[in-house]
Design a protein around this ligand. Structure first.
Ligand SMILES: Cc1ncc(COP(=O)(O)O)c(C=O)c1O
Length: 444
């Protein structure tokens, strides 16, 4: 730190402020996590100073003896952990990883079948205003309006109707187990490739606490920074089923990545991924993931008990999605009020939301981050109580101040609601005390 203080006091000040923010608030955005010190050490190391275009032992630059070994080690760890014959660890992040798969398999205009973003899908799965929706013909399936569960019958129907070249399963805001076997059965007579984007569930799958898509899908993409608790990065994997369908699949993916899409890989991130994969294969990681799931279940049960409506009526993953329409407040107001109390979550669309993504009717929260700092069932129950108290109070204040939903879209109006919510200050103190009791561990 002393070097940074001297070299760039402005950035040093921001770093210190961020350290304080993370130490004194609860990380409850389900796509975030506290990576280990070992991961951070290699990501910030001299591994980042080298250009390594190409693949191990087939590079375009000299001086690769350590990087060839490093990247091969990372590939081998990914293959072993997820039980796949091929892993490419070079994608810079999850969205590019998905685009690389499309580029490898599709021609512009070909059809992708995926879950609509507004119902839990991801922007890189064919959102019409994004690159994947503009270059490819994206068609969407949905969740059942009543249960919130993926409508497998609709997938079956659309597979016959639109004959997609690629079917994507795996989501950003879906709190349930995906029935990969059913997907595979439905797609049995179709010529489609099946891509499982396990970005959210990768850690759960590594810990064998979520079914693996490997026997049922052809390609798998994942980010490495979420439940897997690694650095920012991604992996594209090809399964045996994928190679059975297309012997050239691994080469197609590799060539689509380089030279098709990216230049030099970020070997410092690859080093971080290698470390995270080793950590994720340990018994302590399995125990950690079990605790993540236990905390998420407790959070869901406690909130339901207090009158909250959860999409799919609960969770069996690390995340929950709350539909706030019964409280008649926007996700924005809830997220901003909770932030003032030190509970950091994100606003989110809920299935069949009539609102826009900027002013959605829900919030999404999860337990990977708080579990990494050692928070357990008792404290999670307490956090659920705090969340409930704050949301109910802001809803009451909005009503008392006779603020309409249209007026609530104004940031200053939301500020006024939050300023009137006196319990936030009290809960902020309690959250700080909780954070002190569970400091970010030395290794996290
Ligand atoms: C399912 C899914 N796929 C892909 C991504 C994209 O990852 P990145 O933000 O690293 O581009 C995300 C990120 O939230 C995701 O949830």
């Amino acid at each position: 730190m002393k070097y940074l203080n001297k070299a760039d006091p402005q950035v040093a000040t921001l770093l210190k402020a961020e350290q304080k923010r993370q130490a004194t608030t609860l990380m409850m955005i389900p796509s975030e996590n506290h990576s280990s010190r070992a991961v951070k050490k290699v990501v910030g190391s001299i591994f980042q100073d080298k250009y390594c275009e190409g693949y191990p032992y087939k590079r375009y630059y000299q001086g690769q003896e350590n990087f060839d070994k490093l990247e091969t080690l990372c590939q081998e760890r990914a293959k072993k952990l997820f039980n796949v014959p091929h892993a490419n660890v070079q994608p810079l992040s999850g969205s590019p990883a998905n685009l690389i798969v499309y580029f490898a398999l599709l021609n512009p205009g070909d059809t992708i079948l995926s879950l609509e973003m507004a119902q839990g899908g991801h922007i890189s799965h064919g959102l019409k205003i994004g690159i994947s929706g503009k270059y490819y013909n994206s068609v969407f399936y949905h969740v059942d309006k009543k249960t919130g569960i993926i409508d497998y019958d609709e997938i079956s129907r659309l597979l016959k109707e639109v004959k997609p070249k690629l079917l994507i399963v795996g989501f950003s805001a879906y709190p349930r187990i995906i029935d990969f076997a059913k997907i595979s059965e439905i797609a049995k007579n179709s010529d489609t490739y099946i891509l499982a984007d396990i970005a959210h569930f990768a850690g759960l799958i590594a810990a064998k606490e979520y079914p693996s898509p490997v026997p049922y899908c052809h390609i798998i993409t994942t980010t490495t920074q979420k439940t897997l608790r690694g650095p920012r990065g991604a992996i594209i994997m090809v399964t045996r089923k994928g190679l059975d369908k297309d012997m050239q699949l691994a080469q197609k993916i590799d060539r689509a990545l380089f030279p098709g899409f990216q230049g030099g890989p970020h070997e410092n991130s690859i080093a971080g991924i290698a470390v995270a994969l080793k950590e994720a294969s340990s018994l302590s990681f399995k125990i950690y993931i079990k605790k993540v799931l236990q905390n998420a279940k407790i959070l869901a049960d406690e909130l339901i008990k207090r009158g909250f409506i959860l999409c799919t009526n609960g969770t069996n993953t690390h995340l929950i999605l709350i539909d706030l329409r019964n409280f008649k407040i926007l996700g924005n107001t809830a997220a901003e009020a909770l932030e003032q109390a030190g509970i950091i979550i994100n606003r989110n669309l809920v299935p069949y939301d009539k609102n826009s993504p900027f002013y959605p009717s829900g919030i999404r929260l999860g337990t990977p981050g708080i579990t990494s700092r050692g928070i357990g069932p008792t404290e999670t129950r307490r956090i659920a109580k705090y969340i409930s108290m704050i949301i109910k109070d802001v809803a009451k204040i909005k009503k008392q101040l006779k603020i309409t939903s249209e007026q609530e879209k104004n940031k200053d109006v939301r500020k006024k609601i939050i300023q009137n919510c006196k319990i936030i200050k009290i809960i902020r103190k309690k959250v700080k005390q909780l954070c002190l009791l569970f400091p970010l561990k030395k290794e996290y």
